[in-house]
Design a protein around this ligand. Sequence first.
Ligand code: PGA
Length: 258
Amino acid sequence: MKIQKPLILGNWKMHFDKNEVRAFFKNFLDENITKLSKERSLGFAVPFPYLDLSSEILKDSGVLLGAQNVHWEQYGAFTGEISATMLKNVNTNFVLTGHSERRTLFGDTNESVSKRTKAAVSKGLIAIVCVGETKEEYQSGKREEVLREQIPASLAHLKDNDFENIVIAYEPVWAIGTGLSASPEEAESAHKLIREILKTILDGNKNTNLQASEIPLIYGGSVKEETAKALIEQPNIDGFLVGGASLKADSFKVICSA
Ligand code: PGA
């Protein structure tokens, strides 16, 4: 599967019951979305129990199906974990790795994020690798330092063509769920820096012709109907990862068409 830019993904986190999933898609899927999904990539990272149902509903819609986490092994004694093979088995297209909630609440490290990402891309999933600085790091001017460390370390297990199947989501932790979005200028400057970091990584990888400009960079953190347009107009912002506003079909439709 080839990702198109712009790429606009919802992250439902731990929300909805089965009926709400059905009702959401009934409201969301319409002619305009079918048309839009031919020109851009639209998708949802849903909770694991709704993957199968969502896959049925989204079949033929052009809208992508995603999960929110993946383990690095394919089978085994890993209670509570889900493998890339299992995700593929229920028609999942992409998976989030290293979301800040996984890093801060569930102990994910750059090393485990890198292993999860490698497992995902090896099985043909697109990995949406999430990075971003915390509020303290932001306030003490450490954003650049954090990104320069976090990105190579979160991609350390990738080789050769693996980079063709990743997307980087820049999600400043201070902007997630807080209503405090990064300004378009601020987000653009972080994305520019990320592009530069990716260039250095790819320059060191002789077995791929991929250019840093080809890796989609999406922004996440309180993206709303009102803020989407100015953000997407920035040259290095290729789309969004949307939490709260992806739970309301009408709001998310506006963001998808920004
Ligand atoms: P938010 O979440 O849009 O609610 O800030 C974004 C995310 O966590 O991916």
